[in-house]
Design a protein around this ligand. Sequence first.
Ligand SMILES: Nc1nc2c(ncn2[C@@H]2O[C@H](COP(=O)(O)OP(=O)(O)OP(=O)(O)O)[C@@H](O)[C@H]2O)c(=O)[nH]1
Ligand SMILES: [Mg+2]
Length: 463
Amino acid sequence: MDSTTIAAIATPAGIGGIGIIRVSGTNALHIAQAVFRRSDRSQRRHAFLPESHRFYYGHIVSPESGRVLDEALLVLMMAPRSYTREDVLEIHVHSGPAALRAVLDLILRQGAVLAAPGEFTRRAFLNGRIDLTQAEAVIDVITAKTERALHSATAQVQGALKDHVASIRSVIREILAETEAAIDFPEDVGEEIDGRSILVRLEQEALRPLQALAAQYDAGHILRDGLKVIVAGKPNVGKSSLMNRLLERDRAIVTPIPGTTRDFIEESLVIRGIPILLTDTAGLHATADPIEQIGIERSVSRIEKADLVLFMTAAGSPLTNEDKEIHDLIQSKTAIWVENKSDLHAAGPAAPPPDTWRPMPRVSISALHDQGIDALKQMIETIALAPSLACESAIIPNLRHQHLLADGAAALVSAAEGIQNGTPFELVNMDIQSADDALREVIGVTIREDILDQIFERFCIGK
Ligand SMILES: Nc1nc2c(ncn2[C@@H]2O[C@H](COP(=O)(O)OP(=O)(O)OP(=O)(O)O)[C@@H](O)[C@H]2O)c(=O)[nH]1
Ligand SMILES: [Mg+2]
């Protein structure tokens, strides 16, 4: 356990009803006694010995000058029943930058040091209250922008990912124990290792769940980082009009003049609980205008990075070579064919796409008259959630977990191949062991200090 006592302002900067200063470490009680004066006069003759987990009303008073800094509520949570498993003190005062700063300065003068970003949560991890996946999920809860992302982050704070990894690890540990016993004490175990049954168990109870978990990342990263959606099409089809319609405000300039949008425009929004990073692009076509040309090049490079392309054409007018070229450009991308300006097109069956076009989900809309937009949103949602998020309580690994889970799965694949090829278990076990090492790193049993630094750097001070 770290012997320093840390302190920080735990609430956001600015003016508010209440601001909280949090202290953690062995000095917490001493600091409470030094800076807090209870309002109850009859109690003042005795040293202040707060009960754990009980609120006290009083004032923060400077022991040096006797000056009252603020009215306060104080609660002390004695170890180990606290966020960090150390003695934790929380002082609630009025929230204003100067008021909070003054109380924090006073506490620092009593021997506490200013906490680094995420240091409270880091201590909770180092003191064994939570594992690393839970610590990481705390930041996801704080930064969750949608209810779905929050749901998965909360499940992870509760230990959903940790428990899943633990159950895979226990299978791996059992297989290791069994095979190691047979290697070390063949006479005690009495029989040969049954490679066949170990292989089945390894594949069904460890490898497959591990691969499934790693695959959840693709779906999960959309909830965490957002789905990158780009509107692409030739000039004047109504790309910017759709952008504005989805954002429900006039963000992009719309005119009847082709080539209105010169550079791409990016905005965040939420569609049916899914965070979306929406990009409107310059109309794609051959142009001699050097400025427009740069905009088009930038748009093309954006398209390459997108998760989903809304490929827009104008209904009613025949497809042109420009449309066909754009279709070819987005050949390998997940796309929805959006036919805009449906209002100009007499109702009737949509013209069939050219034979050479691949099948694409297709929707007819009018960005100008707000028609078909719900159907488009529905299609975006279906595509965003398609990978594997059907399950509501999906456990979602982050990129760090995904790399380690993939490493673990690769090691198990190699172990399975070894068993099939009759490789001695002394060697097979090295692969199984390295799969276990990867899983240990996921939950933070073994973790390098610099990786911990990277993880907690993302936190704010006071968390
Ligand atoms: N009738 C009709 N007109 C539309 C519709 N959507 C857009 N328009 C009109 O089409 C013209 C071009 O719209 P924009 O949204 O600027 O088109 P764009 O694809 O962004 O054009 P560039 O930026 O030049 O590539 C404008 O006059 C819009 O009002 C629609 O659904 N129906
Ligand atoms: Mg435009």
